[in-house]
Design a protein around this ligand. Structure first.
Ligand code: ADP
Ligand code: MG
Length: 297
């Protein structure tokens, strides 16, 4: 494309809050056939409300559990972490990150830390395997209640399930509209999430069932593999915000990251940065890219 047309389009996109790291990506945007979205923090606001928190071990008081939970989570940048730390504070429990040993982050699964001599894992069902816990959390928590379909979190220690919590998170305003717009432009859309199938389906319902495909319970490498599969069939974009989205963002022909609320890794990896949380800017940018591209051929 001509340098002038490209430059004008890039600066127009930038003014509207979309930073495109080079004219090549503008050209690919014009041809996108598949667009995959991460759920938490991308389609949804990533602003969780805690709806339930309980100890599942008779010998562990709720405040002790909350102290471990909020201290370990205070070392994580995941949107889930913030709400748990805030909840603890509201209950008069101040997190002590300095008392957490061997902190580890497992993208798409949860976190780990040692406190008071205990090894504690906090995250989803999948993390149970790492924690050597064979109890099916579904039995304990109402995860199969699809009406609720909240994000369920579990606390594991010593191979046992010692606590659980649930969180709710709503779709961003404009998300349904953006998906509908992309569809009308002939682009096929998909949801790629590390969250459970039931929570993924709840998002799909909130989007008016507008997505062409829903993939749940994915690890970062699963997201990247699915993107690689779409790519075989046509130019593919991925929109994400998390550390767990980075491999998929890098694999996509165009990786689009959420600039305001997204993790630093996602922002570095993305080829396009959405500087507002309004995903309706994405179909708009594709229209601009198509126009620019048409002008020069
Ligand atoms: P998505 O792919 O929808 O953005 P994530 O991959 O970020 O979701 O997270 C997948 C799941 O991993 C979450 O739904 C949550 O259950 C769990 N998880 C990830 N990080 C944490 C954390 N810091 N604390 C608790 N759970 C976590
Ligand atoms: Mg996310």
């Amino acid at each position: 494309s001509t340098p002038v047309a490209t430059f004008c389009a890039l600066s127009r996109a930038a003014t509207s809050g979309l930073l495109i790291k080079g004219g090549d990506y503008l050209e690919i945007l014009a041809k996108i056939k598949y667009m995959a979205f991460d759920k938490t923090g991308t389609i949804t606001r990533g602003e969780f409300t805690l709806t339930d928190f309980r100890s599942l071990a008779d010998d562990i008081p709720l405040t002790t559990l909350l102290y471990w939970l909020s201290s370990i989570e205070s070392k994580s940048s995941h949107p889930i972490a913030a709400v748990l730390v805030d909840y603890g504070r509201g209950q008069g429990v101040e997190p002590k990150p300095e008392n957490v040993e061997d902190f580890q982050n497992f993208p798409g699964e949860g976190v780990f830390g040692k406190m008071d001599g205990k090894e504690i894992y906090i995250g989803n069902k999948k993390l149970g395997q790492r924690a050597n816990c064979t109890v099916d959390p579904k039995i304990v928590n109402g995860e199969n209640n699809t009406k609720e379909a909240r994000t369920c979190g579990y606390i594991y220690s010593g191979g046992a399930l010692i606590g659980s919590f649930s969180l709710s998170d709503d779709c961003r305003s404009g998300a349904a509209e953006a998906i509908k717009e992309l569809k009308s432009m002939g682009i096929r859309t998909a949801l790629l999430t590390g969250d459970s199938q039931s929570t993924a389906m709840r998002a799909q319902e909130q989007l008016g069932k507008g997505l062409d495909a829903v993939h749940a319970e994915l690890l970062p490498e699963d997201k990247a593999r699915i993107i690689a599969d779409y790519k075989k069939d046509g130019p593919t974009a991925m929109v994400g915000d998390g550390v767990n989205d980075a491999p998929a963002l890098a694999t996509a022909d165009v990786g689009i990251s959420m600039g305001v609320s997204g993790s630093a890794l996602a922002t570095e990896t993305g080829h396009v940065i959405l500087m507002s949380n309004d995903i309706r800017k994405i179909p708009k940018a594709i229209k601009l890219a198509r126009k620019t591209h048409r002008k020069v051929i």
